[in-house]
Design a protein around this ligand. Structure first.
Ligand code: ADP
Ligand code: MG
Ligand code: ZN
Length: 257
């Protein structure tokens, strides 16, 4: 790969001479910030499927005015989250809703805006993070696995995608609780997405049984999967956004950006 040509303003030094009222001094060149933002984006571990996800290319449905209005409100909330970032009182963002409603797209879009402003952030698929933390205990594990837990605690921003997916064990519950509690206590931003129901986020937690007429089934809730302590910390530290009922994006036809 050809090396990038040095910045014409500072000739690659990262410093430029500026004159103010006849006095010249050195100042950081803008290219330093651009390079930092690019490096942060490269290191953020964003999956290729979302490499172009942005708030600008998040489309609103044309054929359903209610969904359109609700989804544009979601978009405004996510925009406000990035604009007001960092927010000491509510440093996090939690997106709750059905699969295919655009949660990961919006979470990544928000993360990307913050990376471009120079914050450091990491994308972790929930299950993958837990697998890596677990294998990190193994002496023979590679160093990135050993560091996964520390990264999840210390990264400026943590994006935890698909929170509560799959298995539940005491170990999972303890690990998730310790990550969320640590971040909450230290006011460290967390962006999370989940498909799981939660009554406080307006989800219905009972539904008609698909198999036995007249009977109801209880849906698995976020608290069932990550434990009540982690769930309560999450609500304490996050702006909670409930995704409207929209058709799975991959199946939708008429959309406008
Ligand atoms: N409103 C939308 N506008 C543009 N792309 C969307 C929208 N909603 C979802 N997508 C795209 O559809 C795919 C599935 O969305 P995703 O964010 O993964 O859904 P979820 O995380 O809610 O399951 C992704 O490729 C995403 O970029
Ligand atoms: Mg998702
Ligand atoms: Zn420069």
């Amino acid at each position: 790969m050809a090396a990038e040509s040095p910045c014409p303003q500072c000739n690659g030094s990262g410093w430029k001479i500026v004159e103010r009222e006849g006095i010249s001094g050195a100042e950081r060149c803008e290219c330093v910030f651009g390079a930092r933002a690019r490096r942060l984006e490269e290191n953020a571990n964003i999956p290729p499927l979302y490499k172009n996800a942005s708030l600008d290319n998040f489309a609103l449905p044309n054929d359903n005015p209610i969904a359109r209005r609700e989804l544009s409100n979601v978009l405004l909330t996510v925009k406000a989250f990035t604009r007001e970032f960092p927010n000491e009182k509510r440093p996090g963002l939690l997106l709750i809703g059905d699969p295919g409603t655009g949660k990961t797209h919006l979470a990544v879009a928000a993360l990307r805006i913050l990376l471009s402003r120079g914050f450091e952030g990491l994308f972790f698929d929930y299950q993958n993070l837990l697998d890596r933390i677990r294998s990190g205990y193994d002496i023979a594990s590679n160093s990135t696995d050993r560091e996964a837990y520390r990264f999840a605690l210390e990264s400026d921003i943590l994006l935890l995608d698909d929170l509560g997916a799959h298995r539940v064990t005491d170990w999972v519950e303890d690990t998730v609780t310790s990550i969320i509690t640590y971040r909450c206590n230290n006011r460290k931003p967390l962006i999370a997405t989940t498909n799981l129901a939660d009554p406080d986020a307006g989800s219905t937690v009972i539904e008609k049984s698909a198999t036995i007429p007249g009977k109801v089934d209880y849906k698995i809730t976020l608290a069932d999967r990550i434990g009540p302590r982690a769930r309560s910390r999450l609500f304490e530290m996050c702006r909670v956004v409930r995704m409207p009922l929209v058709e799975d994006y991959r199946l939708r036809k008429s959309m406008t950006v």
